[in-house]
Design a protein around this ligand. Structure first.
Ligand SMILES: Nc1ncnc2c1ncn2[C@@H]1O[C@H](COP(=O)(O)OP(=O)(O)O)[C@@H](O)[C@H]1O
Ligand SMILES: [Mg+2]
Length: 241
């Protein structure tokens, strides 16, 4: 494995001000993620998982600290640079899939591709190829409402791949799925990590999923409580909840 540090949170804090109340979502987080690593961040609701992922994904900026990705501190980026960073580096996968309901599976991905490149002819084929990659080619013409939750999530993963991101961030990707559907989604993520070398950072409240990571980071009250190294990663099919 390439042991280069890809994501480095250095003493990162995030405080949300709600009128007079300050919510300390992250309180001095330090974490290094290596290129090609599969890291699972586990913690109870409110422990700061989504905040962590949104900061790494450039959807939000830290209150203090450094957030170094590929040797650049993205905490110092302005909105324009953050937009480019999100587009070129990050693929996001959300709990509720967030597919556009009036577009078919294939069109959802074409839409994402067209945001990146306007070479119209190739877009349809590329979108279809991405669906094949997540074993959803046969359902290309189906609308989200015609797909199960697990199938929608696989389409959402294909969409996240539109930009060929080196880092995949997944926020409770199985949170809305039973474990059989969830296993298939996790299988796709495990393959994208192992076969294509994409770095995966997955956050979940579900400790069982931690066993498929190279490392498990336990979050508590906006801080890292401990980090476990899995000597052997569990296969996606062996995870149940
Ligand atoms: N936009 C926001 N405004 C105010 N407080 C927030 C916001 N986002 C998150 N928080 C608070 O920050 C803490 C961490 O939230 P979050 O990162 O969403 O946790 P998790 O994803 O682990 O459930 C919680 O106390 C939450 O209420
Ligand atoms: Mg969350």
């Amino acid at each position: 494995m390439n042991a280069e540090t890809q994501v480095w949170l250095r003493d990162v804090t995030k405080t949300y001000s709600m009128g007079e109340v300050q919510v300390h979502a992250l309180q001095g987080m330090g974490l290094k993620v290596q290129q090609g690593e599969f890291v699972v961040i586990v913690g109870p609701s409110g422990s700061g998982k989504t905040t962590t992922l949104n900061l790494i994904g450039g959807l939000d900026s830290p209150t203090s600290g450094e957030l170094i990705v590929n040797n650049v501190d993205i905490a110092a980026y302005d909105e324009k640079n953050l937009t480019i960073y999100r587009r070129d580096t990050i693929g996001f996968i959300f709990q509720f899939f967030n597919l556009l309901p009036t577009l078919t599976a294939c069109e959802n991905i074409e839409f994402a591709l067209e945001l990146v490149e306007s070479n119209g002819n190739k877009v349809h084929q590329q979108a279809f190829d991405l669906l094949e990659k997540v074993n959803m080619g046969e359902r290309a013409d189906h609308f989200p409402s015609q797909l199960s939750g697990g199938e929608q999530q696989r389409v959402a993963i294909a969409r996240a791949l539109a930009k060929d991101p080196i880092i995949l961030l997944a926020d409770e990707p199985t949170g809305n799925l039973d474990f059989r559907m969830g296993q298939k989604v996790l299988r796709v993520m495990q393959d994208l990590n192992r076969q294509e070398g994409r770095t995966v950072i997955l956050v979940t409240h579900n400790t069982a999923i931690g066993k498929m990571g190279d490392r498990v980071v336990h979050l508590h009250d906006g801080k890292i409580a401990c980090i476990d190294v899995n000597q052997q990663q569990l296969e996606a099919e062996d995870i149940e909840w």
